[in-house]
Design a protein around this ligand. Structure first.
Ligand code: 16G
Ligand code: ZN
Length: 528
């Protein structure tokens, strides 16, 4: 790597007059502001790989459920986790360096700070979602990787979880913790093999999947080729050629936020429907009942379904003392938390953002984590996997449960929430329980709730504690919220600054829809 090469390459991607921040989901904004950011993220990925002794780092270019004109970029750490948070600040500083020379200097400063061995060849893999702006951003990334001598490989359009999967496979190859073949084919084979075994001799009708016109569409079609015919998957909203359709009137975020069907879906009573988001790391289910009333089966419902099913399998296979816990955020419906406690399982609440939930889930042998918006997965500790795979069943019934449990650990993408893997997980559980969506829904009744956003003068003036359930600043505001909440039945409300938009969010739930709406409005009126 020469100074001239880096400075010249950086010169092709001038920084706009803008301050950038590596936030909850990396950098995310209007795509035309991103070329310099993506270039510099490429440099950061190279450093991170060297710092990790040449381990493979992933770079995903996506803006998830955001509108088509946006894009974003984030790093994936060696085991397929989100970038360690202490490094986010280095990304922020690199993105804000105000000249090509300053970029180079900060890069070498980090090299020195971390005593980075320059003889280590850095390795980076990358992919993108299907946005119009993605190819040019991929080019900016490649230019950075080439400028600093990175051994790199592009995976084209992929779902975010697919890239996480490949990163983990590459870094664990040949070890005891080998995760799978580091290819997309390896991904499809791994989860479909587990699914096909779990569904052998079973059949369970059909599920219609709205793919938000994003990368999940073509990838789900590909995955379908590997599945046995135990269920029929109908793929809709999978037009990735018309860029403007991405996440428009479709997708998990649309369904969750509006609590209604995507307009393109005409639902049959009690049939199963699911929606993915633009990069297929989120999924929600829904159905209409016999009176055509819409019912949402969100991340909380998926978490409870998964936790109870896996808990039963562990118990039925005769394995004792494996801890299961469920990790949620403040947005989890109060009824879901009460239901999990009724099941006898511990729950933990963390701040919003997958990295927080993921981290907390690692505390259990089996940690189930889901955000209400549909992003989540199940983690099994290395020790738990060893115990599961070496357990000797004492009866045919234990043997059958153990086989299912082993397959469940293979079916789940343990690197990050994965809409395709979660889809198959839900399908398997419903088939095993012989449940229609209304039976699943009947486990508990969601408290009516309302999410609002407020534009305020300065969202940084809003500071939270207790996993974002309480405000410490502005001083005195929490007491006012508490006073309002006290006037309603079964009520709860919290205010938190968004990590992705320049707004403050207000959540309220209460015994009736009217009360939840009113409480949200009243809390919102306190903000300015
Ligand atoms: C990001 C997070 C998502 C969270 C959302 C909250 C990841 C990969 N994504 O999209 O989990 O729900 O932010 O957004 O962590 P907000 O802070 O604007 O409410
Ligand atoms: Zn997403």
């Amino acid at each position: 790597m020469s100074q001239e090469a880096v400075i010249a390459a950086s010169g092709a991607y001038p920084k706009p007059a803008q301050t950038f921040q590596y936030g909850t989901a990396g950098f995310r904004m209007k795509a035309d502001l991103l070329p310099s950011v993506v270039f510099r993220v490429g440099l950061l990925a190279a450093l991170r790989s060297r710092y990790k002794g040449g381990k493979v780092i992933g770079v995903m270019i996506t803006a998830s459920h955001n509108p088509p004109a946006d894009n974003g970029v984030k790093l994936i750490d060696p085991l397929g986790e989100m970038l360690e948070s202490s490094w986010e600040a280095y990304g922020t500083a690199l993105a804000n360096a105000d000249s090509d020379q300053a970029v180079y200097e900060y890069y070498t400063q980090l090299e020195q700070q971390f005593n980075i061995d320059k003889s280590v060849v850095p390795q980076v893999i990358y992919g993108s979602d299907t946005r119009e702006s993605s190819p040019a951003l991929v080019q900016a990334l490649k230019d950075a990787l080439d400028a600093v001598g990175v051994k790199s490989q592009g995976f084209g359009a992929v779902t975010t979880p697919q890239l996480h999967y490949v990163v983990r496979c590459l870094n664990t190859q040949g070890t005891d913790e080998a995760y799978g073949e580091p290819t997309l084919e390896g991904y499809y084979k791994k989860i479909s093999t587990a699914f096909n075994q779990l569904m052998a001799n079973k059949s369970n009708g059909s599920v219609t999947v709205d793919c938000a016109n994003g990368v999940g569409g073509p990838k789900l079609r590909e995955l379908q080729k590997y599945l046995n015919n135990s269920i029929e998957v109908t793929v809709t909203n999978d037009d990735t050629e018309t860029f403007s359709k991405l996440n428009s009137q479709s997708g998990a975020d649309y369904v969750k936020t509006n609590q209604r069907l995507p307009p393109s879906v005409s639902a049959q009573p009690l049939a199963r429907y699911a929606s993915l988001d633009g990069d297929a790391d989120r999924i929600v289910y829904y159905y209409v009942d016999k009176s055509s009333v819409f019912h949402l089966l969100d991340g909380d419902k998926i978490a409870t379904l998964a936790a109870s099913f896996i808990g039963d399998l562990i118990h039925s296979s005769g394995i004792t003392d494996l801890s299961i816990g469920v990790v949620q955020t403040a947005y989890a419906n109060g009824s879901s938390t009460a239901y999990i406690e009724k099941l006898g399982l511990p729950t933990v609440c963390t701040p919003t953002g997958v990295k927080h939930l993921h981290h907390a889930a690692l505390a259990y042998d089996c940690g189930v984590y889901f955000e209400a918006n549909g992003h989540g997965t199940v983690l099994f500790s290395t020790d738990a996997l060893k115990r599961i795979f070496s357990h000797q069943p004492a009866s045919p019934a234990q043997d059958a449960a153990l086989t299912d449990l082993k397959n469940i650990t293979e079916l789940i993408n343990q690197t990050v929430g994965d809409a395709l893997s979660d889809l198959l997980l839900v399908e398997v559980i419903l088939a095993h329980k012989n449940w229609t969506p209304d039976l699943w829904d009947a486990c508990y009744t969601d408290l009516p709730n309302r999410l609002e956003k407020a534009e305020v003068e300065d969202r940084n003036a809003y500071k939270t504690t207790d996993a974002e359930r309480k405000l410490t600043h502005p001083v005195g505001l929490q007491e006012q919220i508490d006073a309002l909440v006290g006037k309603y039945q079964q009520a709860r409300s919290f205010v938190r600054p968004s990590g992705t938009e320049n707004v403050v969010r207000v959540y309220a739930e209460a015994a009736t829809k009217a009360e939840a709406d009113e409480l949200a409005q009243k809390v919102k009126a306190l903000l300015h």
